[in-house]
Ligand binder design. Structure first.
Ligand code: DI6
Ligand code: FE
Length: 427
């Protein structure tokens, strides 16, 4: 007995990039035949001639169109792809979309010769965004982030992770987390909110980073638990050290929150390995990651999230060790790191292109980085990130012939429609 009822919305006539690691294991609901034409099997897990049945926001079944046509079945609705590409909705697994103000003038100052340190001394850098974020009302933060999230959604993003970290006191961090969650409630997107209170030392704790970390552990983390699923920390010479980072993660784990880290971006600290050994779901940036660290990430199953937008905007030269990540089978994800300082980026597709052209990823690695591996970086791969029976019906459809075309070109969004929980969004 198959589970086809006729109440489904059926997507057919698409070329489907399942992003399933084992597409040959995907079976037709009617005959139990493998859906995958092995001759056509590629890194994208492509399927042709396959229909997707969607009910209750989920993929209920996959079936060969020619077998479906031999039945008398009728359906609630049929969406005909006319040969277009259908892929999993993209997942932006690292962003700071909620913030007040912007730092365009700081960027302009840098191009006119001021150093980052000079700007920071004048109250610039992360702390200038902290002032603007604290001064903004919750509604103002929502409205400015709404415009930004809209840009991501138009390019097929259906899940986004959003970090706090520009509040640095309890009320302002909670304000940011509430805005992140409201974006998920009001837009056709799933939002995973992450607490990044350990982003910079709050002005009230100037010169006393240990005191600030204690405040984060004693006050901010316990009161943020219901608003976030993960805790992140910025471990860097200009932010927090290993011991401080460890305290934050130990506290997060007491509340069974996932842990993630900003590590090895501007220097090597050992933070990625520390986080991986503590069970981190992802370590992000990683330009200065060592070969030994890659072994650790591989062993621990920690996802390496690469952020080519920050690399590009900061004019960095050191590239992440992609070959060693591959050798150690570390899943590689790609994200925007959308933030007002180091990565004012609102295009995940552009990040896919930059991951290839700047870091040497293959297009299929970049595509996996924005789908199945980004899902792993949020520990949501049981629900999203590939086209598989039981997963959410989050689809992006495209006016292109192959997934590689999407990351090959820059600009000119070729979206043919985005579907969240099987329903077409306004894009
Ligand atoms: N992500 C971050 O959180 C920091 N760098 C990065 O790549 C700082 C962001 C900022 O300057 O606001
Ligand atoms: Fe970041």
């Amino acid at each position: 007995m198959n589970s086809i009822s006729g109440n489904e919305v059926v997507f057919r006539g698409f070329r489907i990039a399942t992003m399933e690691p084992n597409p040959a294991g995907l079976k037709c609901e009617l005959s139990n035949a493998s859906l995958c034409d092995l001759a056509d099997q590629t890194d994208y897990g492509m399927l042709n001639g396959t229909a997707i049945g969607v009910e209750g926001g989920k993929i209920k079944w996959l079936a060969l169109e020619r077998e479906l046509d031999q039945t008398e079945l009728t359906f609630a609705q049929t969406v005909d792809g006319a040969g277009k590409l259908l892929a999993p909705g993209f997942i932006d697994c690292h962003s700071h979309l909620v913030f007040g103000g912007n730092r365009a003038s700081e960027w302009e100052q840098r191009l006119n010769g001021s150093s980052y340190q000079e700007i920071a001394k004048q109250g610039g850098g992360i702390l200038s965004t902290v002032s603007a974020t604290r001064a903004a009302t919750e509604e103002q933060l929502f409205q400015s982030a709404a415009k930004r999230i809209d840009s991501l959604l138009r390019e097929g993003v259906t899940t986004v992770e959003i970090k706090s970290g520009y509040g640095l006191d309890l009320d302002s961090e909670l304000k940011m987390l509430r805005v992140a969650n409201r974006l998920g409630a009001e837009f056709p997107v799933c939002v995973e909110a992450t607490l990044l209170a350990a982003h910079a030392v709050a002005p009230e704790f100037k010169g006393n980073p240990d005191g600030f970390i204690q405040y984060v552990c004693d006050t901010i983390i316990p009161q943020s638990v219901e608003f976030c699923s993960a805790v992140d920390a910025f471990c860097e010479t200009i932010a927090f050290d290993l011991a401080q980072t460890k305290l934050v993660f130990e506290r997060a784990k007491q509340f069974e929150l996932n842990i993630k880290i900003h590590a090895e971006q501007l220097s090597h600290s050992g933070a990625a390995a520390l986080a991986a050994n503590m069970g981190a779901i992802s370590a992000d940036h990683l330009e200065y990651l060592s070969e030994q660290d890659c072994v650790t990430l591989g062993r621990q199953g920690t996802v390496a999230t690469l952020l080519p937008g920050a690399f590009y905007c900061l004019n960095e030269k050191q590239k992440p060790p992609v070959a060693a990540l591959r050798e150690n089978q570390v899943p590689i994800a790609i994200a925007t790191d959308s933030n007002p300082g180091s990565s004012p980026v609102l295009s995940l597709l552009l990040m896919g292109n930059m991951a290839c052209n700047l870091f040497g990823l293959t297009p299929s690695e970049a595509f996996a980085g924005m789908t199945i591996n980004a899902a792993k970086a949020l520990r949501l791969d049981h629900k999203i990130g590939s086209i598989k029976k039981g997963k959410q019906a989050d689809f992006a459809t495209w006016n292109v012939n192959s997934p590689a075309e999407l990351v090959y070109s820059i600009g000119g969004n070729p979206s043919a429609g985005v579907y969240k929980f099987g329903k077409r969004t306004h894009f």
